[in-house]
Ligand binder design. Structure first.
Ligand code: ADP
Ligand code: ZN
Length: 744
């Protein structure tokens, strides 16, 4: 007997199937879906593999190697899961091993001993140490601060992962007597079991009931997809809970996905409060062995509902009846860091198709793609137009920053915003100020009319390169002369605005020296936990004003916040991405939702130069359709998704010139192949080779090629038949991403 297997460990060259012999004494255990060890390569090192098929002896030309036993640590995958992996491999153009790794929990059964870092004294003493001692590098301080935030003890590997340092930091700190590293056996969860408070079902309102009825019918009808569109507080979650209740009653299973599980404690509480131990919550914080245990419980039918982030879509239910993506528009549903670059919504649809299940996409601000599908009848559309408690949405006011400039105000804040902040300080209420991640340097805005210089083909803001004295489109590579005056209004002045949270905090403390100002962005907070803690402290009254990036717009409840300010909406609108308008609308709506959650009504102030933008106008009234209609027209006109499928090829390497040269060859080859396959007028566009949006990471230079194709099938066919040019050692990575979330 022989077996065809896939290796779990992959790189481009070993992605395929391999044939191994099966010894007679092992034949009974070897069947498709089981995990085995196989000798591989000239050294015959043992590697993990999964058996794909078993057949009678074939004559093979080479000397057959034999499977070296089963791997008892990984549960076999089912036929359906194998089928899913095959589909993923085709859809995401990646090695099978990477697809299979999505379907099994990370290994965690073998080494149960885990290293913890513990502080030597009290947390208070540690605080003094951090303030007074001299440390050689910042990682050591971050490490200690992380420990401080965790109350003095944390898993070493977790700290390293969250703050992005190496293991040597822990060792140095131990050697110098700041911490102890202890090895502990983690039998069970080290996640604290929180007390479960029951959360009984509520009687649905009339509008909720109508939505429920439609969805219930769909549940019974077999495979289907629905978009549930309702503002925050319209009672979507209650509908989910009641649908799941019905699924469970009928013996079925459900998966609920949320963008970021650590940000949704309320959601978790409601699920455990309703379904008790039938729910598994897959935190990103779970240790590997705990995740493994949950995975087994799901496989063995002890769990009926899974609540988790993106990867929970692979929860190993034998049959799935309902998958819900809450906040379906969020980018976190797209896997960006590693292969396969899948979208959870797509996996949900694949699984539900196989099992005749229902997929529900829930959102207050649906992605343009989903809304388009609903609009064109590809998926069911259900709208919840009112809030359950009829609480009004906060008022939004737009400040024209051009007037502020004309009035002589050169600062970051408008007079209006300053007044409102002062009012809030005086009455002891809290303020949230929202700054887009970072200003784009080289980004050119007319101070007369507020418009930015955009590429005529892509409508993407162009970047000014002072070296060449030219504007460049980072999508298609188009270049243009920097005009002397604004083509729109003739004004001569162009400003190149770029300021971040730090600058805003500095200016703010000059204006309000007495206020306690908290800053939160990727630079100040350590990992997800640290960031939840900053917010938590602020909510409990540990600050008057919080300045932050979009991180603070997500999911948190700020009961005492009555004023939300958006410092520069332009930086959102001008992000170099065709979805900038969509993201801006979503974020502004979300940000506005942060104001006035308590009993006092909230105010929202949005500062912008380009105040004529339909995006701002629509966000102000929280009017989705007013955003969608012009947006979809623009997409159609410029041939952007959903009217085409986009892909990105990301090339990175140690030598900038080598990456560029390789990119040129790659791009030419791909263009030629497209013509060979589909002819001259296929509609496939291989856009320019341009620097990636983050041009350098970890000393690797990054370039990208964007491709537009009329449909995905053509794109997949193109990549399938295209032979990539041979890369030398200076090229360290070539990734392909279909429907990229962030354009590399
Ligand atoms: P969404 O998920 O759309 O943001 P939720 O389901 O969280 O909305 O509902 C918002 C609030 O209204 C919650 O506090 C919830 O408990 C409450 N709520 C939802 N449905 C009902 C109902 N039928 N009767 C009373 N309260 C409800
Ligand atoms: Zn362009």
């Amino acid at each position: 007997m022989v077996a065809e297997v896939y290796l779990l460990q992959t790189n481009q060259s070993v992605g395929g199937k391999f044939t191994y012999g099966i010894k007679d004494e092992e034949a009974s255990g070897i069947r498709p879906g089981v995990f085995v060890k196989v000798p591989f390569g000239s050294g015959n090192t043992l590697k993990d593999a999964v058996v794909w098929s078993v057949s009678e002896n074939q004559t093979v030309k080479y000397k057959l190697k034999y499977i070296k036993g089963l791997n008892p640590h990984i549960d076999p995958i089912s036929e359906k899961e194998m089928h899913l992996a095959e589909k993923m491999q085709k859809l995401y153009l990646c090695p099978m091993g990477d697809c299979i790794k999505c379907l099994i929990p990370p290994e965690g059964n073998k080494g149960r001993v885990v290293k913890f870092a513990c502080i030597n004294g009290s947390v208070k003493e540690l605080e003094d140490i951090i303030l007074t001692h001299k440390f050689r590098n910042i990682s050591q301080i971050r490490f200690l601060e992380y420990l401080k935030d965790c109350g003095g003890k944390a898993q070493v590997s977790q700290i390293i992962k969250d703050i992005g340092c190496t293991a040597s930091v822990a060792n140095t700190l131990e050697k110098n007597g700041y911490i102890n590293i202890v090895q502990e056996k983690t039998e069970q969860s080290h996640v604290k079991e929180e007390q479960i408070e029951s959360y009984p079902a509520q009687k649905l309102t009339e509008i909720q009931q109508k939505a429920y009825n439609t969805l219930e019918k769909m549940l019974d009808a077999g495979f289907g997809r629905a978009l549930l569109h309702g503002v925050t507080g319209s009672g979507k979650t209650e509908i989910y809970l009641q649908l799941i209740e019905r699924v469970i009653e009928q013996g079925g299973n459900a998966i609920v996905l949320v963008p970021e599980i650590s940000l949704t404690p309320q959601m978790s509480a409601r699920f455990t409060g309703r379904f008790g131990d039938k729910v598994a919550i897959l935190h990103s914080r779970l240790s590997n062995s705990e995740r493994n245990r949950q995975w087994k419980r799901i496989r063995h039918g002890e769990i009926r509902v899974v609540l988790g982030a993106r990867s929970a879509v692979f929860a190993p239910f034998e049959k799935i009846n309902l998958i819900i993506l809450d906040e379906e528009h969020e980018l976190t549903y797209k896997s960006e860091e590693q292969q396969p670059r899948y979208h959870a919504g797509e996996i949900a649809a694949l699984r539900c198709k196989m099992d005749s299940g229902l997929v529900i996409l829930g959102s207050a601000t649906p992605s343009v793609g989903s809304f388009y599908q609903a609009h064109t009848g590809k998926i069911e559309y259900i709208s919840l137009s009112e809030r359950v408690n009829n609480k009004p949405l906060p008022g939004v006011e737009i400040i024209d920053m051009r007037m502020e400039l004309n009035a002589g105000g050169r600062g970051i804040f408008s007079g209006r915003l300053i007044d409102e902040i002062r009012r809030n300080l005086e009455s002891g209420q809290q303020t949230v100020l929202f700054v887009h991640r970072r200003g784009f340097s080289g980004h050119v805005v007319c101070t007369g009319c507020g418009k930015s210089m955009k590429c005529g083909k892509c409508n993407i803001p162009m970047t000014y390169h002072s070296g060449m004295k030219r504007l460049i489109c980072h999508y298609c590579g188009n270049t243009a002369h920097m005009p002397d005056a604004c083509p729109g209004c003739g004004t001569k002045i162009f400003s190149q605005k770029a300021f971040g949270t730090q600058k805003v905090q500095e200016e703010l403390s000059k204006l309000f020296p007495e206020a306690k100002i908290v800053r939160m962005d990727a630079d100040t907070t350590l990992g997800k936990e640290g960031h939840a803690k900053v917010i938590d402290d602020f909510v409990k009254g540990g600050g008057d004003i919080i300045v932050g990036t979009q991180m603070i717009a997500k999911g948190h409840d700020f009961p005492n916040v009555t004023l939300v300010g958006v410092i520069s909406a332009d930086s959102l609108l001008n992000a170099q991405d065709y979805r900038a308008g969509e993201r801006a609308f979503q974020l502004l709506t979300q940000v506005a939702g942060r104001a006035g959650r308590g009993n006092i009504p909230g105010r929202v102030i949005v500062q912008a130069f380009d105040i004529d933008s339909y995006v701002l106008e629509a966000a102000c009234h929280q009017d989705y359709e007013a955003f969608y209609r012009p947006e979809i027209n623009l997409r159609k006109q410029l041939n952007f998704p959903p009217f085409c499928t986009m892909a990105v090829v990301g090339i990175s390497g140690t030598d900038d010139r080598a990456v560029f040269d390789y990119g040129v060859t790659y791009r030419q080859g791909l263009s030629l192949e497209a013509v060979r396959l589909f002819g001259d007028c296929s509609g496939i566009e291989v856009l320019g080779l341009t620097r990636a949006s983050v041009p350098k990471i970890n000393n690797k230079y990054r370039w990208r090629i964007l491709i537009k194709a009329p449909d995905r099938r053509m794109l997949l066919k193109l990549f399938e038949s295209f032979k990539e040019p041979k890369a030398n050692h200076k090229i360290t990575g070539v990734i392909k991403d279909i429907n990229p979330g962030n354009v590399f």
